[in-house]
Design a protein around this ligand. Structure first.
Ligand code: HSE
Length: 321
């Protein structure tokens, strides 16, 4: 059995406009990295990174590790060292990345043989801890990678995203309430009109069809303008201007990434750089500074190193924040 493991878990974009709390994509970068080492007893956590957690996110690792130790009757202790690279409070699944890394790391370190459903359950504890509500879209994407659909009972399916899909992510530097996800959820209506419900079903169906026929255009068209982004766009100054700029420069579609404020544009080929610049320029025109990067759909959380043996080489990309 391993005495030390290191895992990497990716950032993710949930909802994708058309699939609130159901659809999510794992991103190829950035990734959190977590090293877990057996100890005699208890849980000891240290956190490192450019953007150190200052909110309850800092403790999702501890909360998830504690839940696993109690639920799986782990008798030993664990030392955890988190290198935080997924930006916090941006809508990029930061707490999901750290929670998933903890689940996969604990599973490997203590040879727990957790089922997929149990992994989602435990990672969801971190989400609830960080945002007050358990939703499983980001954690499922972070755990298993690719494009996922997750249902209320935590069963999930993975689908191949369009193979040429390129993702532009732009994070505006805006001040949002500390409990940002809770706030973003409070902006949503409790009931939908029949028109909005029909539009939501239509967009989600089109998105899945876009995947089935490998079409970035169809996938992107389904991303824009749903009932969630319409309500949440008030959190993002210049939302419409940024969206328009992205589309004018070749984006197939634009949506809010997760609970925001990051905005995600879908494209293909080599248009990513131009779209990214158009989006950050548009924010600049609204006097909003922003940080952006280009990425692709990525794989799920995995063990990259066990004590003494490297399993799979993980590629850690550079990103500009
Ligand atoms: N589906 C969730 C939401 C993701 O949009 O509230 C946030 O992490």
């Amino acid at each position: 059995m391993a005495s030390m493991v290191t895992v990497e878990a990716p950032a993710s974009s949930a909802n994708l406009g058309a699939g609130f709390d159901v659809f999510a994509l794992a991103l190829a970068r950035p990734k959190d990295r977590l090293t877990l080492e057996k100890a005699q007893s208890g849980i000891k956590l240290s956190v490192h990174g450019e953007q150190l957690p200052t909110t309850p996110h800092s403790n999702v690792v501890e909360a998830v590790a504690k839940a696993i130790m109690a639920g799986e009757r782990v008798r030993e202790g664990v030392r955890l060292r988190l290198r935080k690279r997924v930006p916090i409070g941006a809508g990029l699944g930061s707490s999901a990345a750290s929670s998933s890394a903890t689940v996969v790391g604990m599973n490997a370190l203590f040879d727990l043989r957790l089922t997929n459903k149990k992994q989602i359950d435990y990672a969801g504890i971190g989400e609830r801890f960080a945002s007050g509500t358990a939703h499983y879209d980001n954690v499922t994407a972070a755990l298993f990678g690719g494009f996922v659909l997750v249902s209320k009972d935590k069963s999930f399916s993975r689908m191949e995203p369009p193979h040429s899909l390129v993702l532009c992510l732009v994070i505006p530097r805006v001040k949002l309430p500390l409990q940002k996800t809770r706030y973003a959820r409070s902006l949503l209506p409790r009931r939908l009109s029949i028109e909005e419900a029909v539009a939501a079903v239509s967009a989600a169906s089109m998105m899945v069809h876009g995947l089935a026929v490998d079409s970035v255009e169809e996938f992107g068209a389904a991303m824009s303008g749903g009932f969630v982004d319409t309500r949440r766009s008030v959190m993002i100054p210049g939302f419409e201007r940024v969206k328009k700029a992205a589309v004018e420069h070749g984006a197939a579609g634009v949506c809010i990434s997760g609970a925001g404020p990051a905005m995600l544009a879908a494209t293909k080929g080599n248009k990513g750089r131009v779209i990214l610049e158009a989006m950050t320029d548009a924010f600049e025109k609204e006097s909003v500074k922003s940080d952006g990067f280009i990425t692709k759909v990525g794989e799920g959380c995995r063990v990259i190193e066990q004590k003494g043996s490297v399993t799979l080489a993980g590629q850690v990309g550079r990103f500009p924040f």
